[in-house]
Design a protein around this ligand. Sequence first.
Ligand code: UTP
Length: 407
Amino acid sequence: MNYNEAYAKLEQCGQLHILKYYHELTQEQQNALLTEIEETDFSVLKLAEKQSIPKRGMISPIPAMPLSEIEKQRQRFEAAGIKALQEGKAAAVLLAGGMGTRLGSDKPKGMYNIGITKELYIFERMIANLMETVRTAGTKLHLFIMTSDKNHTQTTEFFAEKQYFGYDRNYIHFFKQEMAPASDYNGLALMEEKWKIATSPNGNGGWFKSMAGSGMLDIIKMHGIEYLNVFAVDNVLQRIADPVFLGAVIEQNYACGSKVIRKVSPEEKVGVMCLENNHPSIVEYYELTEEMRYEKTTDGDLAYNFGVILNYLFRVDQLESLLRNTLPYHVAEKKIPYIDQNGNSVVPKETNGYKYELFILDMISMLDTCLPFEVVREKEFAPIKNKTGVDSVESAQKLLQQNGIEL
Ligand code: UTP
């Protein structure tokens, strides 16, 4: 894209200020900026005006498959899951494109050392968890790792340095997620440098489109992979490509599955599975009305009792059909470093604009069926969001030790 083309594109979307410093940049910086303007979709910034919170439909409870039911059918599910793994039909997708701001480390979250007497990295735990499935099924499986522009080099170099924690390098595929521009409250793109638009990873909902856009779908097709188990980087206890979960979704022909945990209290701040206009969906804790929060089923259980842990199983053919739809962007107020009117770098102390993100949970509501599959909380849920307190390095360390993992 040349200067005139960039000018025309920006003029059309009201973002001409991006070229303010163009004529004082070096040739290299000018080229970098023009490429970024060409690649960036600015249409998302229109959402600033509406401060868009996607509208919710009619919410009602969804039945989950409880532990008792899973236990009764465990052998059958496990056999079906192992068969699919042995036929090479399932792969895993690690979402590691996030910024991990709450943890406050300047490195990718997966590089965080959670060991006490020895080094033990979050990525290392992910690989160890995956290896359990490899051992159970007696077969290797492909692992796709999503990074972002912000952490790709560090992540890939770290894995190489650690020799992929013993995992077969030929089965690991890195891909970068797409980025979205960040803006001030009026929807004007912020600049990180005079030659660089402030961007951030476009949210965990962008994973499949980013996979398709970076050629990963070809690998999926080439190997005949039909199911993808997508999981977050921060739950260090989760089972990955769990054959029982896989088998349950396959056997009953669900479009997708979601591992869920029973809430500890009605007030727990976790998104829960529900039906929305009769489609499976997830409602955030703050979206539940007071009445819904305490609503009971005829059995006396909470009606909205099953929290999601960001461990989903998707069918590839269903995901491909989702590529035709657009997911809604969510707008979040954040502190975004920027270049001010006078060209000075500012690191704001207060929130100063919006970031735009896609959420994986919106993919669920676009599918016809989803199996909420209960797992034992103490055995499969140890998220690391913060350094201390709730969902922290400390709480995860305790849970790992309780499960006999040496730290
Ligand atoms: P979180 O919502 O906890 O975000 O991500 P985060 O970036 O890790 O942490 P905070 O909110 O800045 O503290 C849940 C999962 O989704 C991934 C994360 O890497 C994590 O595995 N994710 C999130 C992405 O891969 N890309 C994104 O753009 C956002």
